[in-house]
Write a protein that binds this ligand. Structure first.
Ligand SMILES: *[C@@H]1O[C@H](CO)[C@@H](O)[C@H](O)[C@H]1NC(C)=O
Ligand SMILES: *[C@@H]1O[C@H](CO)[C@@H](O)[C@H](O)[C@H]1NC(C)=O
Ligand SMILES: *[C@@H]1O[C@H](CO)[C@@H](O)[C@H](O)[C@H]1NC(C)=O
Length: 287
Protein backbone atom coordinates (compact mmCIF):
# COMPACT_ATOMS: atom_id res chain seq x y z
CA UNK A 1 0.00 0.00 0.00
CA UNK A 2 2.69 2.45 1.05
CA UNK A 3 4.57 1.58 -2.07
CA UNK A 4 1.56 2.21 -4.31
CA UNK A 5 0.99 5.63 -2.75
CA UNK A 6 4.65 6.48 -3.19
CA UNK A 7 4.58 5.43 -6.82
CA UNK A 8 1.44 7.51 -7.35
CA UNK A 9 3.01 10.51 -5.64
CA UNK A 10 6.17 10.25 -7.69
CA UNK A 11 4.09 9.88 -10.83
CA UNK A 12 2.03 12.96 -9.96
CA UNK A 13 5.18 14.94 -9.21
CA UNK A 14 6.60 13.83 -12.52
CA UNK A 15 3.48 14.96 -14.35
CA UNK A 16 3.45 18.53 -13.16
CA UNK A 17 5.97 19.03 -10.38
CA UNK A 18 4.59 20.40 -7.14
CA UNK A 19 1.37 22.42 -7.27
CA UNK A 20 3.17 25.76 -7.33
CA UNK A 21 5.12 24.84 -10.43
CA UNK A 22 2.10 23.21 -12.08
CA UNK A 23 0.75 26.52 -13.32
CA UNK A 24 4.23 27.70 -14.27
CA UNK A 25 4.72 24.79 -16.59
CA UNK A 26 1.65 25.64 -18.63
CA UNK A 27 2.70 26.70 -22.06
CA UNK A 28 1.82 30.36 -22.57
CA UNK A 29 3.96 30.81 -25.63
CA UNK A 30 4.88 31.45 -28.36
CA UNK A 31 3.48 34.96 -28.55
CA UNK A 32 3.62 36.50 -32.00
CA UNK A 33 3.17 40.22 -32.65
CA UNK A 34 1.21 41.36 -35.71
CA UNK A 35 1.91 44.89 -36.89
CA UNK A 36 -1.08 47.17 -37.45
CA UNK A 37 -1.22 49.64 -40.34
CA UNK A 38 -2.90 52.90 -41.30
CA UNK A 39 -6.46 52.73 -42.55
CA UNK A 40 -6.83 54.16 -46.01
CA UNK A 41 -8.58 57.51 -45.77
CA UNK A 42 -11.18 56.60 -48.37
CA UNK A 43 -11.98 53.13 -46.98
CA UNK A 44 -15.71 53.19 -46.16
CA UNK A 45 -15.33 50.26 -43.74
CA UNK A 46 -12.52 51.91 -41.79
CA UNK A 47 -13.04 52.44 -38.10
CA UNK A 48 -10.37 54.39 -36.28
CA UNK A 49 -7.01 55.18 -37.76
CA UNK A 50 -5.39 51.74 -37.97
CA UNK A 51 -6.29 48.06 -38.28
CA UNK A 52 -5.15 44.44 -38.28
CA UNK A 53 -7.09 42.08 -40.56
CA UNK A 54 -8.61 39.25 -38.50
CA UNK A 55 -7.42 36.53 -40.89
CA UNK A 56 -3.78 36.98 -39.82
CA UNK A 57 -4.70 36.57 -36.17
CA UNK A 58 -6.75 33.46 -36.87
CA UNK A 59 -3.99 32.07 -39.08
CA UNK A 60 -1.42 32.15 -36.27
CA UNK A 61 -3.90 31.10 -33.60
CA UNK A 62 -4.91 28.10 -35.70
CA UNK A 63 -1.34 26.83 -35.25
CA UNK A 64 -1.26 27.43 -31.50
CA UNK A 65 0.31 30.87 -31.12
CA UNK A 66 -1.00 33.67 -28.98
CA UNK A 67 -1.16 36.94 -30.84
CA UNK A 68 -0.61 40.50 -29.67
CA UNK A 69 -1.27 43.62 -31.71
CA UNK A 70 1.60 46.01 -32.34
CA UNK A 71 0.18 49.47 -32.76
CA UNK A 72 1.64 52.00 -35.13
CA UNK A 73 2.81 55.42 -34.02
CA UNK A 74 4.36 54.35 -30.71
CA UNK A 75 7.73 55.32 -29.30
CA UNK A 76 10.87 53.35 -29.99
CA UNK A 77 11.09 52.57 -26.27
CA UNK A 78 7.62 50.99 -26.31
CA UNK A 79 8.57 48.88 -29.32
CA UNK A 80 11.77 47.74 -27.60
CA UNK A 81 9.82 46.68 -24.55
CA UNK A 82 7.32 44.80 -26.69
CA UNK A 83 10.08 43.21 -28.74
CA UNK A 84 11.52 41.75 -25.56
CA UNK A 85 8.17 40.17 -24.66
CA UNK A 86 7.34 38.39 -27.94
CA UNK A 87 8.71 35.43 -29.86
CA UNK A 88 8.21 36.58 -33.42
CA UNK A 89 6.66 39.17 -35.73
CA UNK A 90 4.24 38.97 -38.63
CA UNK A 91 4.12 41.81 -41.17
CA UNK A 92 0.73 41.49 -42.87
CA UNK A 93 -0.58 42.40 -46.30
CA UNK A 94 -2.23 45.74 -46.90
CA UNK A 95 -1.91 48.92 -48.80
CA UNK A 96 0.29 51.54 -47.14
CA UNK A 97 3.36 53.40 -48.33
CA UNK A 98 6.26 51.02 -47.65
CA UNK A 99 8.79 53.86 -47.41
CA UNK A 100 7.01 56.55 -45.39
CA UNK A 101 4.15 55.06 -43.37
CA UNK A 102 4.00 54.51 -39.63
CA UNK A 103 3.76 50.82 -40.54
CA UNK A 104 7.18 51.09 -42.16
CA UNK A 105 8.59 53.06 -39.25
CA UNK A 106 7.54 50.37 -36.77
CA UNK A 107 8.60 47.52 -39.08
CA UNK A 108 12.06 49.07 -39.31
CA UNK A 109 12.43 49.26 -35.53
CA UNK A 110 11.49 45.58 -35.14
CA UNK A 111 13.57 44.50 -38.13
CA UNK A 112 16.68 46.13 -36.68
CA UNK A 113 16.03 44.69 -33.22
CA UNK A 114 15.53 41.25 -34.79
CA UNK A 115 18.82 41.48 -36.68
CA UNK A 116 20.58 42.43 -33.45
CA UNK A 117 18.90 39.68 -31.41
CA UNK A 118 19.67 36.99 -33.98
CA UNK A 119 23.28 38.22 -34.27
CA UNK A 120 23.52 37.88 -30.49
CA UNK A 121 22.32 34.27 -30.90
CA UNK A 122 18.77 34.72 -29.69
CA UNK A 123 16.22 33.57 -32.24
CA UNK A 124 13.60 36.03 -33.42
CA UNK A 125 11.62 35.04 -36.52
CA UNK A 126 9.87 37.46 -38.89
CA UNK A 127 7.21 36.53 -41.44
CA UNK A 128 6.13 38.90 -44.22
CA UNK A 129 3.00 38.37 -46.30
CA UNK A 130 2.35 40.38 -49.49
CA UNK A 131 2.93 43.98 -48.31
CA UNK A 132 5.01 42.41 -45.51
CA UNK A 133 7.15 40.70 -48.17
CA UNK A 134 7.55 44.00 -50.01
CA UNK A 135 8.36 45.82 -46.78
CA UNK A 136 11.16 43.34 -46.05
CA UNK A 137 12.71 43.96 -49.47
CA UNK A 138 12.80 47.71 -48.73
CA UNK A 139 14.20 47.19 -45.22
CA UNK A 140 16.96 44.91 -46.48
CA UNK A 141 18.00 46.87 -49.57
CA UNK A 142 17.15 50.40 -48.36
CA UNK A 143 15.47 50.88 -51.72
CA UNK A 144 12.11 50.33 -53.29
CA UNK A 145 12.95 48.00 -56.19
CA UNK A 146 9.41 46.85 -56.87
CA UNK A 147 7.78 46.83 -60.25
CA UNK A 148 4.15 46.70 -61.41
CA UNK A 149 2.82 43.26 -62.37
CA UNK A 150 -0.55 42.00 -63.52
CA UNK A 151 -1.29 40.01 -60.37
CA UNK A 152 -4.19 41.78 -58.72
CA UNK A 153 -6.55 38.84 -58.27
CA UNK A 154 -5.19 35.51 -59.42
CA UNK A 155 -4.45 32.11 -57.91
CA UNK A 156 -1.18 30.58 -59.13
CA UNK A 157 0.86 27.41 -58.69
CA UNK A 158 4.35 28.03 -57.27
CA UNK A 159 7.43 27.40 -59.40
CA UNK A 160 9.97 25.94 -56.96
CA UNK A 161 13.65 26.86 -57.31
CA UNK A 162 16.11 23.96 -57.37
CA UNK A 163 16.63 22.72 -53.81
CA UNK A 164 13.77 24.82 -52.38
CA UNK A 165 12.06 21.73 -51.02
CA UNK A 166 15.04 21.36 -48.66
CA UNK A 167 14.78 24.98 -47.47
CA UNK A 168 14.09 25.82 -43.84
CA UNK A 169 10.55 26.89 -44.73
CA UNK A 170 9.52 23.95 -46.89
CA UNK A 171 11.62 21.02 -45.68
CA UNK A 172 9.03 19.71 -43.24
CA UNK A 173 6.04 20.20 -45.53
CA UNK A 174 4.43 16.87 -46.47
CA UNK A 175 5.04 15.75 -50.05
CA UNK A 176 1.38 16.07 -51.04
CA UNK A 177 1.28 19.70 -49.86
CA UNK A 178 4.41 20.58 -51.85
CA UNK A 179 2.92 18.85 -54.85
CA UNK A 180 -0.36 20.78 -54.56
CA UNK A 181 1.54 24.05 -54.19
CA UNK A 182 3.56 23.25 -57.30
CA UNK A 183 0.74 21.92 -59.48
CA UNK A 184 -2.54 23.51 -58.46
CA UNK A 185 -3.62 27.13 -58.65
CA UNK A 186 -3.91 27.54 -54.89
CA UNK A 187 -1.75 30.51 -53.91
CA UNK A 188 -3.80 33.72 -53.83
CA UNK A 189 -2.12 36.77 -55.32
CA UNK A 190 -3.54 40.22 -54.65
CA UNK A 191 -0.72 42.62 -55.43
CA UNK A 192 0.10 45.28 -57.95
CA UNK A 193 3.79 45.41 -57.03
CA UNK A 194 6.36 42.63 -57.14
CA UNK A 195 10.08 42.05 -56.76
CA UNK A 196 11.20 40.87 -60.18
CA UNK A 197 13.93 38.26 -60.47
CA UNK A 198 15.78 40.83 -62.53
CA UNK A 199 15.88 43.48 -59.79
CA UNK A 200 16.58 40.90 -57.10
CA UNK A 201 19.53 39.53 -59.09
CA UNK A 202 21.02 42.93 -59.74
CA UNK A 203 20.82 44.09 -56.11
CA UNK A 204 23.75 42.74 -54.12
CA UNK A 205 22.10 43.27 -50.73
CA UNK A 206 18.96 41.34 -51.59
CA UNK A 207 20.85 38.61 -53.35
CA UNK A 208 23.19 38.07 -50.44
CA UNK A 209 20.39 38.20 -47.87
CA UNK A 210 17.56 36.13 -49.35
CA UNK A 211 17.35 32.78 -51.02
CA UNK A 212 14.61 32.54 -53.66
CA UNK A 213 12.37 29.55 -52.93
CA UNK A 214 9.63 30.07 -55.51
CA UNK A 215 8.85 32.36 -58.42
CA UNK A 216 5.82 33.19 -60.52
CA UNK A 217 5.14 35.20 -63.63
CA UNK A 218 2.33 37.44 -64.82
CA UNK A 219 3.17 36.35 -68.36
CA UNK A 220 5.67 39.17 -68.80
CA UNK A 221 7.76 39.49 -65.65
CA UNK A 222 9.13 36.76 -63.43
CA UNK A 223 8.77 37.73 -59.79
CA UNK A 224 9.66 36.19 -56.44
CA UNK A 225 6.72 34.58 -54.65
CA UNK A 226 8.52 32.98 -51.68
CA UNK A 227 11.91 33.64 -50.11
CA UNK A 228 13.80 33.10 -46.88
CA UNK A 229 16.87 34.81 -45.49
CA UNK A 230 20.09 32.80 -45.52
CA UNK A 231 21.33 33.79 -42.09
CA UNK A 232 18.18 34.93 -40.29
CA UNK A 233 14.83 33.28 -39.56
CA UNK A 234 13.05 35.72 -41.90
CA UNK A 235 10.48 34.41 -44.36
CA UNK A 236 8.37 36.15 -46.96
CA UNK A 237 5.51 35.18 -49.25
CA UNK A 238 4.01 37.42 -51.90
CA UNK A 239 0.86 35.22 -51.81
CA UNK A 240 -1.74 34.96 -49.03
CA UNK A 241 -1.85 31.68 -47.09
CA UNK A 242 -4.25 33.18 -44.49
CA UNK A 243 -6.99 33.96 -47.01
CA UNK A 244 -7.92 30.40 -47.97
CA UNK A 245 -9.16 29.31 -44.54
CA UNK A 246 -10.17 32.68 -43.13
CA UNK A 247 -11.40 35.18 -45.73
CA UNK A 248 -14.66 34.85 -47.56
CA UNK A 249 -14.86 37.53 -50.19
CA UNK A 250 -16.31 36.83 -53.60
CA UNK A 251 -13.48 37.63 -55.99
CA UNK A 252 -11.12 36.02 -58.46
CA UNK A 253 -8.02 34.51 -56.89
CA UNK A 254 -9.70 33.36 -53.67
CA UNK A 255 -9.30 29.61 -53.17
CA UNK A 256 -11.01 27.47 -50.53
CA UNK A 257 -10.06 23.98 -51.66
CA UNK A 258 -8.91 21.38 -49.14
CA UNK A 259 -5.38 21.43 -50.55
CA UNK A 260 -5.19 25.25 -50.28
CA UNK A 261 -6.32 25.12 -46.69
CA UNK A 262 -3.90 22.33 -45.86
CA UNK A 263 -1.04 24.33 -47.39
CA UNK A 264 -2.14 27.38 -45.38
CA UNK A 265 -2.07 25.36 -42.20
CA UNK A 266 1.48 24.16 -42.85
CA UNK A 267 2.71 27.72 -43.37
CA UNK A 268 1.12 28.78 -40.07
CA UNK A 269 2.48 25.70 -38.30
CA UNK A 270 5.92 26.41 -39.69
CA UNK A 271 6.05 29.99 -38.51
CA UNK A 272 4.61 29.27 -35.08
CA UNK A 273 7.17 26.47 -34.65
CA UNK A 274 9.86 29.07 -35.41
CA UNK A 275 8.52 31.04 -32.44
CA UNK A 276 9.19 27.99 -30.26
CA UNK A 277 12.91 28.39 -31.00
CA UNK A 278 12.97 31.84 -29.46
CA UNK A 279 14.99 31.94 -26.24
CA UNK A 280 12.43 34.06 -24.46
CA UNK A 281 10.05 31.15 -24.71
CA UNK A 282 12.63 28.79 -23.25
CA UNK A 283 13.44 31.14 -20.40
CA UNK A 284 9.81 31.32 -19.36
CA UNK A 285 9.35 27.59 -19.74
CA UNK A 286 12.41 26.64 -17.73
CA UNK A 287 12.30 29.19 -14.92
C1 LIG B 1 1.92 59.96 -33.95
O1 LIG B 1 1.02 60.64 -34.80
C2 LIG B 1 0.90 62.03 -34.53
C3 LIG B 1 -0.11 62.64 -35.48
O2 LIG B 1 -0.76 61.70 -36.25
C4 LIG B 1 2.24 62.72 -34.69
O3 LIG B 1 2.11 64.07 -34.35
C5 LIG B 1 3.25 62.04 -33.79
O4 LIG B 1 4.53 62.58 -34.03
C6 LIG B 1 3.28 60.57 -34.02
N1 LIG B 1 4.15 59.93 -33.07
C7 LIG B 1 5.11 59.10 -33.40
C8 LIG B 1 5.86 58.48 -32.25
O5 LIG B 1 5.39 58.83 -34.53
C1 LIG C 1 13.65 47.72 -60.93
O1 LIG C 1 13.53 48.70 -59.92
C2 LIG C 1 13.21 50.01 -60.37
C3 LIG C 1 13.18 50.92 -59.17
O2 LIG C 1 14.45 51.11 -58.64
C4 LIG C 1 11.91 50.00 -61.09
O3 LIG C 1 11.62 51.30 -61.59
C5 LIG C 1 11.96 49.04 -62.24
O4 LIG C 1 10.70 48.95 -62.83
C6 LIG C 1 12.37 47.65 -61.74
N1 LIG C 1 12.54 46.79 -62.89
C7 LIG C 1 12.18 45.53 -62.88
C8 LIG C 1 12.34 44.78 -64.15
O5 LIG C 1 11.74 44.97 -61.90
C1 LIG D 1 -3.43 28.97 -63.17
O1 LIG D 1 -2.05 29.28 -63.21
C2 LIG D 1 -1.54 29.53 -64.49
C3 LIG D 1 -0.05 29.78 -64.33
O2 LIG D 1 0.64 28.58 -64.14
C4 LIG D 1 -2.21 30.74 -65.08
O3 LIG D 1 -1.73 30.95 -66.39
C5 LIG D 1 -3.70 30.56 -65.09
O4 LIG D 1 -4.32 31.75 -65.49
C6 LIG D 1 -4.21 30.15 -63.72
N1 LIG D 1 -5.62 29.83 -63.82
C7 LIG D 1 -6.53 30.41 -63.03
C8 LIG D 1 -7.94 29.92 -63.21
O5 LIG D 1 -6.27 31.25 -62.20
Amino acid sequence: MYRQVLVLAVFAAFLCGFPASCARNLNYRPIIGILAQENLEDDPRAQGSSYIAASYVKHLESAGARVVPIRINRTKEEYEKLFNAINGLLLPGGNVDIEKSQFTRAAKVFYELAIKANDASDYFPIWGTCQGFQQLTVLTSNKNLLTLTDTKAVALPLTFSPGAQKSTLFKKFPKDVLQSLAEENITSNFHSWSLSMQNYSSNAKLKRFYRVLTTNTDGKKEFISTMEAYRYPFYAVQWHPEKSPFEWIEKDGMVHTLSAIKAAFYTAHFFVSEGWSSKKWKIQYEE
